[in-house]
Design a protein around this ligand. Structure first.
Ligand code: AMP
Length: 396
């Protein structure tokens, strides 16, 4: 079975084509600047790049070029589009209705539209990719995989906010959590690596990248997570503020005479480690700047690790027994220094990092000592594979 996985942003589209026989990625690609001058598709196969530079005014045109690239006689991997058995789409917000991945029908589309009020940039963009596939591959089933779905097992005590209950009842304002596809993948991999039944696996999954979230997993299910109604809550991220006293928001709005959407922009795109450091949202740049004595870059890094510690420790208490702390995402997989820093202070609970074992990037590794009370791991995440697997299971 061949499955195409599509992840659509407002002006970009990432794709991977899987052969599910052996879960091999046949080809992957990225389209950028959709609807903007300079549209460009870059497809990668065995290290070779195939580039299409043509105007792409909308997602339908972009998907059309993805299909051209897939069947290109020299650079493609398919002889015909008929070989695609199904398409898996990443959706950011599924609201309370979408508790797992689903074959797309009218009811699912309605749920996606309903949840779009909380993801006004993402859900409509994700839907554009779907619409393009429906138009261009009318006989191929489409599956939706939601970033929020894995977290729908959270109990009310962790998903409710401390505000008038009517806002939950009337507006569905609550914590939803994101990166669910990644946390789900990490939980399953961790259970395998621990040799435990999924239903008995308790872990802390730390997905640390440009966007970061930490999830407490109890008995294989999401129990609590740092992101909230939107991906803005929780850790200090590349450009997102993470947790704040809400008064900070109303104060700055009034003081600078900002509209809610300008404030939203400030909190999502100009805050986080970028805002604090004034240097970059990229952690490699921050580490370099801090090593060269930039105080604000050092503050940003320290804020990031301190808040991560706070959540990891708190979540360990919430789930009562923790089998493993797992690091993933660009930072979690690659930053040896930040992993070491985040685990400092956990020695008092019998958790010990093996410095040599920690000298790894990516892959799957145990980085704690033999006698550490809780295993600490690095596991490279694979959201696309998870989407492909869910799609296969639903169309089989
Ligand atoms: P992601 O959003 O998961 O792709 O992660 C992107 C983030 O990972 C960026 O902030 C990168 O700077 C960070 N990252 C990637 N490689 C490294 C590395 N070797 N050391 C520190 N941070 C890294």
């Amino acid at each position: 079975m061949k499955i195409l996985v599509i992840n659509c942003g407002s002006s970009s589209l990432k794709y991977q084509l899987f052969d599910m026989e052996n879960e091999e990625v046949l080809v992957k690609g990225l389209v950028e600047r959709i609807g903007i001058e300079g549209s460009r598709l870059v497809q990668k196969k065995n290290g070779d790049e195939f580039i299409i530079e043509e105007p792409m005014e909308n997602h339908t045109q972009a998907v059309g070029h993805v299909f051209d690239a897939l069947v290109d006689s020299e650079n493609g991997v398919l002889s015909s589009l008929d070989e695609i058995d199904a398409v898996g789409h990443r959706f950011v917000h599924g609201g309370e209705k979408m508790t797992k991945s689903a074959l797309i029908d009218d009811e699912v589309k309605e749920a996606i539209n309903e949840a779009a009020k909380f993801a006004p940039l993402h859900n409509p963009a994700n839907l554009m990719g779907l619409k393009a596939c429906e138009e261009l591959l009318p006989n191929v089933p489409n599956v939706a995989v939601f970033d929020t779905a894995f977290h729908q097992t959270m109990p009310a005590k962790t998903f409710l906010y401390g505000i008038d209950y009517k806002y939950y009842e009337q507006e569905a304002i609550r914590k939803y959590g994101f990166h669910g596809t990644s946390h789900n993948y990490i939980t399953k991999r961790a259970a395998d690596l621990l040799g435990k039944d999924l239903s008995q696996t308790n872990i802390i999954s730390a997905h640390l990248g440009n966007g970061s979230s930490i999830t407490a997993v109890k008995e294989g299910k999401s129990f609590d997570t740092t992101m909230g109604l939107t991906p803005l809550e929780g850790l200090v991220m590349g450009t997102r503020s993470g947790d704040l006293d809400p008064t900070v928001v109303t104060y700055i709005e009034e003081k600078e005479n900002l509209s809610p959407s300008q404030m939203n922009d400030l909190l999502n795109k100009k805050s986080g480690v970028l805002g604090v450091s004034g240097v970059s949202s990229d952690f490699r740049d921050l580490e370099e700047a801090a090593n060269n004595g930039n105080q604000r870059a050092q503050y940003a890094l320290d804020m990031f690790t301190t808040r991560a510690k706070r959540y990891i420790a708190g979540y360990m208490a919430e789930i009562e027994r923790c089998d493993a702390i797992v690091f993933t995402g660009g930072i979690g997989e690659n930053s040896i220094e930040l992993r070491e820093e985040m685990m400092k202070g956990f020695e008092q609970f019998g958790i010990k990092i093996d410095k040599e074992a920690n000298e790894v990037r990516g892959g799957e590794h145990i980085i704690s000592t033999e006698d550490s009370k809780v295993k600490v791991m690095v596991v490279a995440t694979n959201e696309e594979l998870m989407i492909a697997r869910d799609t296969q299971n639903l169309v089989k």
